[in-house]
Design a binder for this molecule. Structure first.
Ligand SMILES: [Zn+2]
Length: 280
């Protein structure tokens, strides 16, 4: 459901909870399906070091699939602006990310059941936002259509939330900068660098975050156009995971080879700041 302008501003608690959750939480596996035609926000390597601007768009929680609802930290109807989850991803084999049911919800994880003993696709902490590229004042650039930003917690979200908290306190706001508030919110300006964890693959690592007062409110027409992100989570069955992993003619040797690359990464080396195309 769309962000509720009439409700008390519950976004503030979201920022704090997101920071509180920095040490992880408990959840399980599922697939996230975005509406057809949804575009992914990408970090263009050519823009590394140059400040980029986005509006982060809020919505209201619709389901108990929202990890914070599952943990009793939020309720259906609360306004929110991000999903903080753990996902499994197996490059080229599993077409899309699978929510880790264990680390996200504290349930049995079908992905881990299906891949037991294979050391395959370790769960990584990801954040999903609805964003709109814009200029420093918040005026949309391009066609203005909302896009999905699917990023590593460690490569993007952690610094965003820490800076919102630090800068909000510096400014005497008594808490985080309410960047996602559609009426008195802020444009998020950030810079990133392309880094690697030793291999050939590079990923965008956020280096600096600044906040700029948004000149105009986010219109209701835009807020009404984005589905609540929690409503898009699909809780997977073991059968669906099995079919995704083994049902498409992939050999187990290819799976193992890709898995060994994946499993050597630790949190700080979490690659792939932006989800691969397959996720959509
Ligand atoms: Zn799992």
């Amino acid at each position: 459901m769309p962000y509720n302008r009439k409700a008390a501003d519950t976004l503030g608690t979201s920022y704090q909870t997101a920071i509180d959750n920095n040490n992880g939480g408990n959840f399980g596996p599922s697939l996230i399906k975005f509406p057809q035609g949804t575009k992914a926000y990408k970090f263009d390597p050519a823009l590394a070091g140059k400040e980029q601007f986005i509006n982060i768009l809020p919505w209201a929680i619709e389901t108990d699939k929202h990890p914070r609802v599952a943990k009793g930290q939020a309720k259906i109807g609360d306004n929110d602006f991000m999903l903080d989850l753990y996902t499994h991803y197996v490059d080229g084999v599993l077409k899309g990310s699978c929510v880790c049911m264990a680390q996200t919800y504290g349930d049995v994880c079908p992905f881990e059941q299906e891949t037991e003993g294979q050391n395959l696709g370790a769960a990584k902490r990801r954040t999903i936002f609805w964003v709109q590229p814009c200029d420093r004042n918040g005026k949309p650039t391009g066609d203005g259509a909302p896009m999905i930003l699917n990023v590593s917690h460690y490569a993007f979200t952690k610094l965003l939330l820490e800076e919102a908290d630090i800068q909000g306190r510096d400014q005497g706001l008594g808490g985080s900068i309410p960047f996602a508030n559609p009426d008195k919110g802020y444009v998020v300006g950030f810079r990133f660098a392309m880094e690697s964890s030793g291999g050939a693959q590079k990923y965008a690592q956020i280096k600096r975050v600044d906040f700029y007062e948004r000149r105009d409110p986010i219109p209701d027409t835009l807020l009404s156009s984005i589905p609540a992100l929690d409503s898009l989570i699909e809780i997977p069955t073991r059968e669906a995971i099995h079919a995704a992993l083994y049902g498409k003619g992939s050999t187990s040797s290819a799976t193992d080879a890709e898995a060994s690359t994946e499993s050597t990464e630790d949190q700080a080396q979490d690659t792939g700041s932006v989800a691969p195309e397959e996720t959509f």
